[in-house]
Design a protein around this ligand. Structure first.
Ligand SMILES: [Zn+2]
Length: 128
């Protein structure tokens, strides 16, 4: 059940970031998950509901973004996106190119409530 591990990782990162930003509650998590992670979105949402319990992310909403996978062709240096697991370079037809990306599991940003200063949630970009 690696969805639960992934959910814990995201919640932990969000809590950590929120604490550093002085936020009292996280209202939304934006994350990016590459297709190589093979995570089931529905299972991840369920796992997220378990992982967020008792944390400042308890009422947070999870937004998942799935970036495309890009490859760099070793022969012609063409950069292309992998669609439907087609690994051939669209320009020269070379097969078996190494994908770049696709294994992302990262928190992009969070929306958090910072007390006093603002009544509306603040958007924090998570750049480590
Ligand atoms: Zn090529």
């Amino acid at each position: 059940m690696h969805e639960l591990a992934a959910a814990h990782e995201l919640v932990e990162a969000a809590c950590d970031y929120a604490r550093r930003a002085g936020a009292k509650r996280v209202s939304r998590l934006h994350c990016r998950i590459g297709s190589l992670r093979a995570l089931d979105e529905r299972l991840l949402s369920e796992a997220f509901e378990i992982a967020r319990r008792g944390t400042i992310c308890e009422r947070a909403e999870l937004r998942i973004e799935k970036p495309g996978m890009t490859c760099l062709c070793p022969s012609c240096r063409e950069r292309f996106e992998i669609r439907e697991w087609q690994w051939e370079c669209p320009r020269c037809g070379t097969e078996g190119v190494d994908p770049m990306g696709g294994d992302e599991l990262e928190l992009v940003s969070i929306e958090a409530e910072v007390p006093d200063e603002h009544s509306s949630p603040a958007e924090c970009v998570c750049q480590e």
